[in-house]
Design a protein around this ligand. Sequence first.
Ligand code: ATP
Ligand code: MG
Length: 474
Amino acid sequence: MIEMRLAEIAAVTGGRLHRASGEELVTAVEFDSRAVGPGGLFLALPGERVDGHDFAAAAVAAGAAGVLAGREVDAPAVIVPPAEQAAGTYLAEFDPAGAGAAVLAALARLARHVVDTLGDLTVVGVTGSSGKTSTKDLLAAVLGPLGPTVAPPGSFNNELGHPWTVLRADAATRHLVLELSARGAGHITALSAIAPPRIGVVLNVGRAHLGEFGSQEAVARAKGELVEALPAAARGGVAVLNADDPAVAAMAGRTTARVVTVGQAPEAAVRAEDVTLDGGRPRFRLVTPVGEAAVALQLVGAHHVGNALAAAAVGLELGATPAEVAAALSASRPVSRWRMEVTERRDGVTVVNDAYNANPESMRAALQALVAIGAGPPGGSGRRTWAVLGRMAELGEQAAAAHVEVAAAAAELGVDRLVAVDHTEYGSAAEHVGDVDAAVELLRAELRPGDVVLVKASRAVGLDRIAADLLHPR
Ligand code: ATP
Ligand code: MG
């Protein structure tokens, strides 16, 4: 982050100094009071269980330079005014007159100030229902060799994680990769205003957060806000759109930026040809307008082909050659925990832990990967596959049909054992167990060496405990 004095932070955010001289030097911004150290600015945010304002003094005792707060605290602080214009933005979800919205609005202003200060910076925004975090990791791998690159350390894609990531950029940064998520209309527009992207990537329009949006059309409208925020082609705007997803391809009509299509469709400008899977890991020929190169991903699942192509297209835009892109993609290892984390047990059982999140599209992608791992290398003998699945959250009224659809996909793909944990909507095609412990018991009793087990559900279901037991039995 660029260094700032507390007085400057007060000026930028429209806040006032409280118990502070203004000379305090800030070199980092943190929202977790345990992560704040010397030079840190602690963001006091009210949470569901605790209020960060109550940790202000502790953060300063741990060395923090000060606190960004929505009301008076027991420490040197910048007290920021209530948020304006919360309606229509993500801030409307908070108590708009409350301290949380005030601090987030101030954080957004601070992040925008940093972007304006750092002139020579290319901002790349990534959105979509699935694959944002995977793609930002691939992007960081591709862009890193071209120049200093800042990308979020994890799935930091909302009104807190996004500006927090922006603040990590400094004068040396050349590329700023940002993940943008939306729980409603206007969210991506608001995030794009914090750090205006020059290059925007839209991966897919699926059914994640369908409950909040109501319809897939509404999801598409919201994701497309990213391409609407891009500068025109003449000013360097580039929209990277997935040609394989009609709802994304249609976004070409919503942007004045230059469109670069990616996908396996023959008309895609940046294409994957001859896609094969080796133990679930995709290999393909990267075909671009400026040449070709062979890619062998270390990530598991055919869905990563689209993510890799999007990263490739951005790399090519920023000056990498197809060979450089292919090398970076092929060297990139999975970094995010619980997302298709593949572990081999000593007895030959393979555990695929994807317990971080689930929606119908990522379920299908994960089931395909499971079957691909089970099939082994071309010509190998098949292994027995298990899908241990829990509930997919946030699907609204389509929830029942979506679970039945996933169960049908498992059957159609030839998954050997479909186990539904504490969730009956998967229907009669699944074996049902009442809870995580029952699932663990079943697996302990019936897993055989060589089996492949996928564990996947929405995060709140807590299926990571099953994966943990499989790998480190108690
Ligand atoms: P979140 O909204 O939770 O931040 P995300 O968009 O960042 O999700 P990832 O974390 O990259 O997505 O992946 C989430 C899940 O979606 C994983 O199960 C992953 O295997 C699957 N997935 C990743 N990319 C795709 C894709 N292009 N299409 C379908 N599923 C995908
Ligand atoms: Mg993510």
